[in-house]
Design a binder for this molecule. Structure first.
Ligand SMILES: *Cc1c(COP(=O)(O)O)cnc(C)c1O
Length: 421
């Protein structure tokens, strides 16, 4: 029996309405920028499997690092014990993170990194005897699917059943060139009228919202204002991290640095579930006390998994290699040329790119997971390309190792798609 058919018996897929969804594709092999299904069809992984496999699938440097690690130390719990891969990763991350970051807290996925960040911010105030109960977040942000992260997320279409149970969140628009002053005013008023504990944001690019960009200067001003009021700023770089925006982290575009940063996805080159929540010395120090309960009593069993840390260390080396830096530039240039080429197409509302992120908003209305989105998804699959349009936005976020031919094939297919919408 085919995977596709056996899958139906016992598997419940994420983000899926099983009544109407197409059967999933059975993937049997992945290498570099390519995937193969059980029928032998080949696909370009145009979004690097949710922007995780940025150095390509099965990169020998990463698989070797994990294999070697497995042979010496597979896993130990991280409470009361420590190990070389975690210590080394903390040292290496310090070299690339914004200079104000000092401590690394380990988790096991993006949502739990955000969850830890929010709890840190709330307890930071609690430890000082202050009750602050409100989080500020951007409209249309996405931070994950656990309760704290879901509360902060502003893409609410699917959160209906849980709304009564969410944290208290105030939402502000993202700052663009034109509305920056107004958004800053709104933030200041919100801080004045509420007991705000934290401000959480995806810096510069909102991924799940459809790769929407906003202003670095505008965001810097919001951070500055928060920090003047001791509102903890949390940068969710789970999507933007590790070179996707043209700098190692999107925070590097800012003039004011966040207090807390969340990383996952490409952290381990897409090879292992692991995440980190980094913070400043000031935040860490707020948890030091002779009273035990003022510590951060939060843990996940697989915190700082040695295999994930080994993958992350190898990934950082690749990120800094000449080969990957060259590829990042090549992709960024190719995207820019393509944006210029199609920006004026009558079916294109807006085309934009930043680093290796390319997004095209179509000049057609459709529901976020409506019919046209499904048609586009199928159309690209038939062309041998795996893309997941978001609403009326087609986006490309390829592995750095993609070839020029493979990139061109995606651009050609997108132009073909414009003819069928
Ligand atoms: C993917 C993502 C998350 C959630 O990560 P999971 O590992 O899926 O829980 C949070 N924030 C952003 C910006 C993401 O892209």
């Amino acid at each position: 029996m085919k995977l596709q058919d056996r899958d139906k018996n016992h598997i419940w897929h994420p983000l899926t309405q099983h009544r109407t969804a197409q059967p999933p594709i059975g993937i049997v092999k992945a290498k570099g920028a390519l995937l193969w299904d059980e029928e032998g069809n080949e696909y370009i992984d145009g979004i690097a499997s949710w922007y995780t496999a940025m150095y390509g699938h099965g990169h020998p440097t990463i698989t070797k690092a994990i294999t070697q690690q497995m042979e010496t130390l597979d896993f130990v719990m991280f409470s009361g014990l420590t190990h070389e891969p975690a210590v080394r990763l903390s040292e290496k991350l310090m070299e690339v993170l914004p200079a104000n970051q000092q401590k690394i807290f380990f988790n096991d996925n993006g949502s739990t990194a955000v969850e830890a960040a929010i709890k840190m911010a709330l307890q930071y105030h609690h430890n000082a005897g202050e009750k602050r109960d409100t989080i500020i977040a951007f409209e249309n942000g996405f931070h994950g699917d656990t309760f704290g992260a879901m509360s902060a997320s502003g893409l609410s279409a699917y959160n209906g059943p849980f709304e009564d149970f969410l944290l208290k969140v105030i939402r502000i628009p993202v700052p663009q060139e034109k509305n920056s002053e107004g958004v800053l005013e709104l933030l200041k008023n919100s801080i004045e009228a509420n007991k705000c504990a934290a401000f959480i944001f995806e810096p510069l690019v909102q991924g799940a919202a459809g790769m929407k960009f906003h202003s670095a200067a505008g965001l810097s001003a919001l951070i500055e204002s928060c920090q003047q009021n001791d509102v903890i700023c949390i940068a969710d770089e789970i999507m933007t991290g590790f070179g996707k925006t043209g700098k190692t982290f999107a925070s590097h575009y800012l003039t004011h640095q966040p207090d807390i940063i969340c990383l996952s996805k490409a952290l381990t080159a897409g090879m292992f579930p692991l995440s980190i929540t980094s913070c400043t010395q000031q935040i860490f120090d707020r948890f030091l006390s002779t009273e035990t309960h003022k510590g951060f009593f939060h843990a996940h069993t697989f915190s700082a998994h040695p295999l994930g840390c080994a993958a992350a260390l190898a990934g950082l080396k690749l990120l800094q290699s000449d080969e990957i830096i060259k590829q990042q530039k090549l992709i960024a240039n190719a995207h820019e040329n393509f944006v210029q080429k199609i920006a004026k197409h009558p079916k294109v509302h807006e085309a934009r790119c930043k680093g290796v992120i390319l997004a095209i908003d179509l000049a057609v209305e459709m529901e976020r997971y409506g019919n046209l989105r499904d048609r586009l998804y199928q159309y690209f699959l038939e062309q041998g390309i795996l893309l997941r349009p978001l609403g009326n936005t087609i986006y490309v976020l390829p592995p750095y190792v993609i070839s020029e031919d493979q990139l061109q094939k995606m651009y050609d297919s997108i132009e073909g798609a414009l003819a069928i919408v």
